[in-house]
Design a protein around this ligand. Structure first.
Ligand SMILES: Cc1cc2nc3c(=O)[nH]c(=O)nc-3n(C[C@H](O)[C@H](O)[C@H](O)COP(=O)(O)O)c2cc1C
Length: 184
């Protein structure tokens, strides 16, 4: 089971990227999580799209195509998702010139998130779910990983909090079961 992990933060010391790294460690047997970085992804521009997808866009779409499911680590900026993540979703929701179906169409997505604040990115995660559904993706029906006060749980880039590690591991197990149940 190949899962593509994407962090909505470009920050070197990102809590959300750290959460993805923890997910790699805690994934159940048979689940492999590869992390795709968004640092090179250009801002969506329909004029550019009409010329053909730039290489980082093609790379993103191909990585999504190759994945059985997506694991999105969703930071929260001003009560919503980051521009970085929205930009990636916008590109991946588009057919572009070379495809018949958008990369996100029908893809199953599991959402997690971390914030130093008290709500663990719940508002951004809710928003992301709506946006993904609009783009034709399938979002996980239950369970959220909302890592609040992330600075007390993610230390030096490592998820150190035992309860959060257990919750994340359980969440990934559920994701694996549901993905297997819906596999074509
Ligand atoms: C522009 C901006 C807006 C933010 N707004 C929120 C917010 O609405 N809710 C929240 O919990 N944290 C907010 N934060 C704090 C982020 O959660 C924090 O910077 C977090 O570390 C970002 O995720 P990262 O560690 O993965 O980069 C905001 C940060 C920035 C830079």
């Amino acid at each position: 089971m190949n899962i593509l992990g994407i962090s909505g933060s470009l920050r070197q010391a990102s809590f959300n990227t750290a959460l993805l790294l923890a997910a790699q460690e805690l994934a159940p047997d048979g689940m492999n999580i590869a992390i795709h970085r968004l640092h090179d992804l250009p801002l969506f521009d329909q004029d550019v799209e009409e010329q053909g997808d730039p290489a980082p866009v093609t790379a993103l779409k191909q990585a999504i195509d190759a994945a059985d499911g997506l694991l999105l680590a969703c930071p929260e900026y001003n009560g919503g998702i980051t521009g970085v993540l929205k930009n990636a979703v916008d590109w991946a929701s588009r057919i572009g010139k070379a495809r018949k179906i958008a990369a996100l169409s029908g893809k199953t997505v599991c959402i997690i998130g971390a914030s130093p604040g008290a709500t663990g990115t719940v508002r951004a995660q809710d928003q992301l779910r709506l946006i993904l559904r609009r783009a034709g993706a399938r979002t996980e029906p239950q369970g959220d990983v909302l890592v609040f006060q992330a600075h007390t749980k993610i230390i030096d880039g490592r998820l150190a909090d035992a309860r959060t590690r257990e919750a994340l591991g359980r969440h990934l197990q559920g994701f694996a079961v549901r993905l297997a149940a819906t596999a074509p």
